[in-house]
Design a protein around this ligand. Structure first.
Ligand SMILES: Nc1ccn([C@H]2C[C@H](O)[C@@H](COP(=O)(O)OP(=O)(O)OP(=O)(O)O)O2)c(=O)n1
Length: 143
């Protein structure tokens, strides 16, 4: 039952040190098991409470979760690094929203046939070349 995504059945190694490729596979499986993977020819529709998946709808889901993440920080003012003054419930809510954003981003990339791992590495390379480390000042050089 490797493909069933539950806390108890997911191997500990996956939970603690998850590879992007594992996440992509697990999300695709999650969608496949629910028949949410096929792009729909028409507008997204709701049937028996199930939202069908399409590239467009996936994008809206992603943006929606980014909005929910933004609400967490809205009006809070300065937030201490490590969130030392946040309650356990607040931290748990943040963990969930960060995860939703990550999961939808990974799924969106997969639906777009973009290899997110390779793309991110390539972008890191470009960033390093655009902002080279100044060895004497140890600051980023912004062009
Ligand atoms: N077609 C879908 C629908 C949901 N999910 C997964 C990814 C997200 O992690 C989570 C989002 O589920 P909800 O839309 O129920 O959102 P929340 O879990 O944030 O619930 P709520 O907004 O009520 O807090 O479920 C998914 O992969 N594919």
């Amino acid at each position: 039952m490797d493909n069933v995504i539950t806390q108890t059945q997911t191997p500990k190694s996956l939970r603690s040190d998850l590879a992007l490729t594992d996440l992509i596979r697990m999300l695709a499986e999650f969608a496949r098991e629910r028949n949410w993977q096929s792009p729909q020819p028409q507008k997204p529709s709701i049937s028996s409470g199930i939202t069908f998946f399409s590239l467009e709808y996936c994008f809206y889901l992603y943006v929606g979760e980014v909005g929910e993440l933004s609400e967490i920080f809205q009006w809070r003012g300065e937030v201490p690094t490590g969130l030392s003054d946040w309650s356990a419930d607040e931290k748990e809510h943040l963990e969930e929203k960060l995860s939703d954003v990550l999961l939808y981003l990974v799924r969106l990339a997969d639906v777009c046939n973009v290899n997110l791992g390779e793309a991110a590495l390539e972008k890191l390379r470009k960033n390093a070349s655009k902002y080279p480390v100044d060895a004497t000042k140890r600051v980023m050089v912004v062009r």
